[in-house]
Design a protein around this ligand. Sequence first.
Ligand SMILES: *Cc1c(COP(=O)(O)O)cnc(C)c1O
Length: 457
Amino acid sequence: MSKETIPYKIYLEESEMPKQWYNVRADMKKKPSPLLNPGTGQPCTAEELSHVFCDELVKQELNETDPYIDIPSEILSFYKMYRPSPLVRAYCLEKKLGTPAKIYYKFEGNNTSGSHKLNSAIAQAYYAKKQGLKGVTTETGAGQWGTALSMACSYFDLDCKVYMVKVSYEQKPFRREVMRTYGASVTPSPSMTTEVGRKILAEFPDTNGSLGCAISEAVEAATTHEGYRYVLGSVLSQVLLHQSVIGLETKIALDKYGIKPDIIIGCAGGGSNLGGLISPFMGEKLRGEADYRIIAVEPASCPSFTRGTYAYDFCDTGKVCPLQKMYTLGSGFMPSPNHAGGLRYHGMSAVLSELYDQGLMEARSVEQTAVFEAAEQFARVEGILPAPESSHAIRAAIDEAIKCRETGEEKTIVFGLTGTGYFDMYAYAAYNDGKMSDYIPTDEEIAKSIAQLPKIG
Ligand SMILES: *Cc1c(COP(=O)(O)O)cnc(C)c1O
């Protein structure tokens, strides 16, 4: 099909929207390793997991066989309020770069949470409501997940307790107020409201908090309050399943115009947007039907794929969650305080870790000044002010498009634009003022936190 016939934005009709999620684990010959009980070292049973997570979500977490899982109609209706999300042809960016490459981005920022996280938040809130629970607890770092979950909980009339990493609580008061507007209670973490929070504060009174620590507090709050469960916005296989709606829509839109991507790029924090975007494409790859280059992009200051170890590790600082085999920097790893770009989790989705270990995808790390440079370049020509997280993918997409300019190859590049950056203006200010610096952890620093991995098998 000629260039002119492909619109700037490829939207789907409501009737073309996916009605099932795709579970990539069903097509993996070698499955991700099971979650282990930190007490016994044995695989977690559904029974054990159901103390922490909602029953239906436990089933999804453990389901490695069903390739397709129906999206309940209540969730489909909610999706219709803000989906399908557009697949945009970045004509202006291509022109600016002078590249023969064709660049597309799937934009997930068109909802109040400003990110893809709402795709899983609404599913998790739905299953909690269906189980008759009073509410859910969670952690949030930068605040997108907490915002998405508070929106989803208010829709289903569920209570929502958010533990927000202290430094973000202080630096992002507007995010906090959005959550409170949707009815959530927001507690800076570590806090005195949980045993694990009190313990961490006694040991490190000046701590700024971390995601790992906020997770421990949220899990404790769920297990000590009747009628509550814990929900998580990334990393888990159930979250990748819900996020597969991103990849399914992308594939339907591309197929409509007979476009086959050569390279698919996504930023990687815990791996949920990337896992969701690539799932249907990876499925084709696993079944031997097609081949794609898939690239995960992570910050050089928190490089779990590119410099981490593939091993069982704790998912949280308080060591209360199940152990997961993943690429990890160690649960005690903290990115340097000058790191402003999000994606600061120490580990990675078990599904993506296994796919990466099998050589089915690549990973690269990028430094934050280069990330903000890409963000600025993108904003100036495509109009959207991207989230710093998303801008990792923009950086890699631009770099690949520049390579095409040098080789003359007309590759088709698709990347995930996960959200908008309106609440990240301190980070943009540091960049605009020329005060942003890069920090790359030393081998010694990484080795030190890797040395703390639990000894399994
Ligand atoms: C949370 C978030 C990410 C990273 O999380 P993943 O689970 O790796 O997708 C990326 N972009 C935005 C905008 C986010 O809010």
